[in-house]
Design a protein around this ligand. Sequence first.
Ligand code: SF4
Ligand code: SF4
Length: 253
Amino acid sequence: MDKLKNKKHQSHNALSNFKKDIEPLECKRCGTCCKKGGPCFHIEDKMLIEKGIILIKDLYTIREGELAYDNIKECLIPVTSDLIKIKGQSDSWECIFFDGNDNSCKIYDKRPVECRVLKCWDTREIEQIYFKNRLARKDLVSIIEGLWDLIEDHQSRCSYDKIKHFVKELDGEKKNEAIEGIYDILIYDDSIRELVVKKGKMDPENLDFLFGRPIVATIRMFGLKVKKKDGKYVTTQVHGSRVHGSRLESDED
Ligand code: SF4
Ligand code: SF4
């Protein structure tokens, strides 16, 4: 379907996927796990951020309701709460701390807990911690006055449950309402990012952590492709058909 979908099988610390790829009896430092994506953060990793070893700009959030590849169930499922992850390098899932020159980790001694327990030949240990004590945005920014309110407001107005509902309705009787709903979400998602950068002097690189990845990109995983063209949102595909509306324009127009 697109990059998001194409990447799903490469994603994250692919647990059982590793078993299919390689079966060493000890870590060979091959870097395959790091190339498949950075780890999810757990409460034990919070101090890495507090000590500045890993910066907020190195992270992104998979928000509640967003589809993510579940390495244990081996399919895309909506996440039930925030997942904080290390960003990938440029256009790949390869962890930004991975040094491909010598297959090393730039923060090896301080690497997050999932990286420490991962043994691709025996995933029992990581499976035990995988769903436990996951770090959420609230654990890191709820004490920052004003910012947490913005994040909560964004989460409520731009929830993936709403997005999923509206995309589904595009094929139904409430199509116009759905178009308006999606348009409002896209506008709000864009404007809150602009607001915190322009008025709050926030580093734009922090936005994917604070508000998750831009909805104009993630909405693809619900079957709708949207791009911004000359300040307008243009849909290119929804369930194989085209969306026409007063505010979301079809690429055919
Ligand atoms: S744990 Fe990672 S680096 Fe070590 S052998 Fe397995 S895939 Fe390679
Ligand atoms: S933090 Fe280090 S060990 Fe963990 S995925 Fe990134 S490069 Fe690999």
